[in-house]
Design a protein around this ligand. Structure first.
Ligand SMILES: [Zn+2]
Length: 406
């Protein structure tokens, strides 16, 4: 199939005008400015649209959309977490599936074609037959109440994926956070990630209360966490990253959500582990966090991506990455639209080990692209990121969807 658009963003800074893209089922086979149609080839003419790589959201909880505006930030982070943990058992499979489908659809309409979604209940997936966007199901584990069966859960998830081969679905694993997952659980998960070659992600260094708890101080986490058996790893680390280093809980290429509480002494270990940080600006603001240490990370060459987190802790119900970019650039105005673009394309693609599949529109990449109606004579990065309307056309794994303006 040949798509002839007004413009096309191929890769960082490389823009074609006009922009032509040829795809064969779910793979892009050719990019150029004047591709000729082959005999019998289907041709789609989109002279007013700019084709761009679909965006990648490295941190979302698709299953939590029903908690939008249900919770308040509260006096501290454990207060909010307690509310979420209390609500989780009440989210039945149907509610979760509805949230997942609605959020994936909303995200796609706003230009995101790939989502890493923290998934706390694999059973709820049983009746889910498709999602609008490509999803990495990041199976979440905690061991505060009982010991989870990591390998059995991974096997079950793989069997589920193989029963749904038509979907662009992938697996990832996620120990929830150092306060709800012990070092032993982290190590079991990172071993499983290395055996199955799947991404590892975790919530880390999100709140000052987490830092205090890991340093052995009294915090309101005591209302949530069981006293028995006592965690012997608390009280030995001055920062969440130091806790990871002491307990060897991070694999290489770990994807770390938040990283609000970083110290300069954390940087060498983060670099050694080749981590990618995911900053979620609207959620960060909703909690009223202190400023995100972007400059520290940037100065040390640690990649930062932008994600949305969930509507349980953010006003960004449609998981629109443009909202995250705009809020981020209000705070860090030296970051150009082009640099911000990389934070939702090539940087997260690399974090997922998919740099030759996602983030760019090149020969051999997955056919995950978005058609935007923006002025063709303007800088496409800034025009698209500043746009308010939904994308006009999207394509995930070769499947094209046209979106109506509501
Ligand atoms: Zn989260």
């Amino acid at each position: 199939m040949l798509i002839c658009a007004g413009a096309l963003i191929e890769s960082s800074g490389q823009i074609h005008r006009p922009g032509h893209l040829r795809m064969d089922r779910e793979i892009i086979t050719q990019i150029g400015t004047s591709l000729n149609s082959q005999v019998g080839e289907e041709v789609l003419h989109l002279p007013d649209l700019t084709l761009a790589p679909g965006w990648i959201n490295l941190h979302a909880h698709l299953e939590l959309a029903s908690l939008f505006r249900e919770l308040m930030p509260g006096k501290d982070f454990p207060f909010w977490l307690k509310q979420v943990l209390a609500r989780l058992p009440g989210l039945n499979s149907e509610t979760r599936r509805e949230s997942i489908q609605r959020s994936a659809q909303d995200a796609l309409r706003t230009g995101t074609t790939s989502i890493v979604s923290i998934t706390s209940d694999l059973h709820a997936m049983a009746g889910l037959s498709s999602t609008a966007a490509r999803v990495w199901w990041a199976l979440e584990f905690m061991d505060i109440q009982s010991q989870p069966e990591v390998s059995a859960t991974v096997e079950r998830a793989m069997a589920w994926l193989s029963r749904n081969p038509a979907n662009p679905w992938h697996l990832a694993l996620s120990p929830h956070a150092p306060y709800t997952a012990s070092p032993k659980l982290y190590q079991e998960i990172l071993t499983s990630c290395s055996i199955h070659k799947i991404p590892f992600t975790t919530h880390l260094a999100e709140s000052p209360e987490e830092t205090s708890l890991l340093a052995g101080k009294e915090t309101s986490f005591r209302d949530i966490l069981p006293k028995e058996p006592p965690r012997t790893d608390f009280g030995k680390s001055q920062s969440p990253v130091a806790w990871c280093q002491t307990n060897q809980t991070l694999p290489e290429d770990a994807i770390l959500a938040h990283g609000n509480e970083l110290q300069p002494s954390d940087l060498p270990y983060l670099k050694e582990r080749k981590v990618t940080l995911v900053h979620c600006p609207t959620s960060h603001e909703w909690f009223g966090r202190k400023s995100f240490p972007f400059q520290l990370l940037q100065n040390n060459g640690i990649p930062v991506s932008l994600g949305t987190d969930s509507p349980a802790s953010s006003p960004n119900l449609p998981l629109d990455l443009r909202q995250e970019v705009r809020l981020f650039r209000q705070k860090y105005s030296h970051v150009s639209p082009h640099e911000a673009w990389q934070m939702i394309t090539t940087i997260p693609a690399r974090a997922l080990g998919c740099e030759s599949n996602l983030g760019n529109l090149q020969d051999g990449c997955w056919a995950d692209w978005v058609g935007w109606r923006v002025p063709l004579d303007q800088d496409p990065y800034s025009a698209i990121l500043e746009s308010q309307d939904p994308a006009e056309l999207t394509c995930v794994a070769g499947k094209i969807t046209r979106h109506e303006k509501i």
